[in-house]
Ligand binder design. Sequence first.
Ligand code: NIG
Ligand code: FE
Length: 425
Amino acid sequence: MKCDLLVVSAAQLITAPEGTGPLLGPDLDRPTLLEDAAVACVDGKIAAVGKTAEVQARYPESGARRVIDARGLLVAPGFVDSHTHLPFAGTREMEFDARARGETYAAIAERGGGIRASVAHLRAVSEPALALSVAKRLGRLLAQGTTTVEAKSGYGLSLEEERKQLQALRTASASSPVEVVPTFLGAHEVPDEYRDRREDYVSLLTDRMIPAIAKERLARFCDVFCDRGVFTVEESRRILLRARESGLGIKLHADELADVGAAALAAELRATSADHLLHASPEGLRAMSRAGVMAVLLPGTAFTLGLPYARARVMVEMGLGIALATDFNPGSTMCSSMPMAMTLAVTQMKMTPAEAWMAATANAACAVGEGNRLGRLQPGHQADLALFEASDYRHIPYHYAEEHVRLAVKRGAVATDRGDCSCCV
Ligand code: NIG
Ligand code: FE
């Protein structure tokens, strides 16, 4: 049979066992590993995965439009970064400096820095300029092996400015192979002009912003920062119920700074995911597990802010589905590297390298509602692959702060190719 792309002779291939749901409990540590592996892609999808000889018996090299010799390389699903704040403007290194001098993230936010500083930056840039910087960031993500990224608004905090962010995202994604899952995060903070009438801002969100964004199909999910000093559980419930009515999926920034019961709210609403969870209570986590809500863990944030890490081991043991993401944003995590998120997961949260890989691929796809299409190398799934200069999957989180990606494939086509760069060891 003919195929569009044939990857052969990979030193190792890692993927989740066939399926569409998240890997839970002990299964998170049981990836499928193949040696001398091959992948055949047809029409943007994976047609076959297996030992090179087996795949070649069905898809000979003579019938392949392009053959990639992956000798010495690791083949994996492209990362799905399921939580970022990609369309931001400006940076906040002065806050980084202030935290080094002892000021906390919450105190900086309180005095008008934090998210509100990024809102001022965002409102000052034009949509084309923003689209250009987002496009550059998408290129950097791809170079690090990310083929799908969830990206939130939340630095506009008015209908026009949130729309500008989501439209810039749409423009940038149209020119990039990286697939973007857009999320509306108008409830990221109460903007300065509503500080003394926050109730009106919540009504603006529910009555105008959410219906308009949903109608214009600018977002697939709606997210709320449900935490101490931001939106309460009651406000978040109101906002998210309206989002659901408008046809949007639901996500939460939950219990990052304090346990306010956001994890339980995520369970009550059967959200697709609740993210951060640094302070979530065991009861809240158990409720999430029962409701099938994915927990998106963002170790880069705890690392940057010096906060306690999410209790990944407890979560895995209670059978909660966990995913890893970067949280890339200019305040709490100026890092867009999924390999770095895996390194922190292993060294700081005591996940095994195999668990980290599964949480960054198959489970991450589930955290954006795409487990039946993305995150696994299996027939029928979209052909999104990353090829790394390593022959053992553990090398990637182990050898950190290096770029190991040789080549990435999106929808069956080579999306970036660094050539032979022998960057390893
Ligand atoms: O996920 N926690 C809320 N939002 C972001 C931080 C945003 C910012 O500081 O600009 C986060 O960490
Ligand atoms: Fe975030």
